[in-house]
Design a protein around this ligand. Structure first.
Ligand code: ADE
Length: 272
């Protein structure tokens, strides 16, 4: 019994470590305002961190973020949970977003293009392996650390696949499930594969997707399969084929991130 209590103590200690008193953050500096809140650069003890303000406790978000541990997924360090200063504390990425990098004068070698394509796919594979969908993968949500290693961020909209149907997953069998339920579970993650295709296209072209189109035209055009990103002939054939797979209309027919990683390694010789 004592050991049971000890394990409870351990857990609560971990909880305390996760909790970061807001007063310990200093030198707050505005970094970015996105659809999902404002991000600041801050100092905590002697470390520089990024702090994202959130409107409420977002309790659902925290258990998911806490467990994530992958070189291409932003590392969360803790949270401030005292009203009104709810925020998430994460590693700081000094080299900004992929979106900004692609619009800068910085050189992007074929080698680095390929490495980033692989790193983004590895991070996404890890999320999907852990039953997490990102649902908002785009170049402004991809950060570059001091070594130009990709870190995927902004999980404000992420969901675990099993949220809605805990009972079903506990039973753990498909035998009672309607086909659309099975399909939904498997297909939903494919929204991230579509987005990955757009990011890969950005990496290969350094252009803005659907640059000359209005929001309405994009929604209608993409939804009805009448609007597609142009694949210039400068894109090596293996990569063009991959982009075409990622944008297949039927989600089931899009590759998994595992397959994407295999296809990338096959196509690598075309780029580097
Ligand atoms: N912008 C948004 N999140 C960031 C982070 N973690 N580091 C640097 N800039 C960011």
């Amino acid at each position: 019994i004592r050991s049971v209590f000890r394990s409870w103590d351990d857990l609560s200690n971990k909880g305390d470590e996760w909790e970061i008193p807001f007063e310990t953050l200093s030198d707050l500096e505005h970094l970015a305002s996105g659809t999902q809140g404002v991000v600041y650069k801050a100092r905590i003890r002697n470390e520089i961190v990024a702090v994202k303000k959130v409107d409420d406790k977002k309790e659902a978000e925290i258990p998911v973020l806490r467990q994530l541990n992958h070189p291409n997924i932003i590392r969360f360090k803790g949270a401030c949970n005292q009203a009104p200063n709810y925020c998430l504390v994460m590693e700081y990425c000094p080299n900004g977003t992929l979106y900004d990098f692609l619009r800068s004068e910085n050189k992007l070698s074929p080698q680095l293009t390929f490495e980033w394509a692989v790193q983004i796919a590895s991070g996404m594979h890890y999320l999907h392996q852990n039953n997490i969908m990102h649902r908002d993968l785009k170049s402004p949500n991809i950060l570059l650390d001091a070594n130009n290693v990709v870190k995927i961020t902004d999980f404000g909209t992420c969901r675990t696949f099993n949220n809605q149907s805990v009972l079903m997953t506990v039973i753990g069998t498909y035998a009672w499930m309607a086909p659309e339920v099975i399909c939904k579970e498997k297909c939903w993650k494919k929204v991230d594969v579509w987005s990955y295709g757009v990011v890969l296209w950005e990496l290969l072209t350094r252009e803005t997707p659907y640059r000359d189109q209005s929001y309405g035209a994009i929604i209608y055009g993409v939804g009805s399969n009448r609007l597609q990103l142009h694949l210039p002939s400068t894109i090596p054939p293996g990569f063009s084929r991959l982009l075409e797979m990622c944008r297949r209309q039927v989600p089931r027919k899009r590759p998994s991130f595992y397959t994407i990683l295999l296809l990338l390694s096959k196509a690598s010789t075309e780029l580097i």
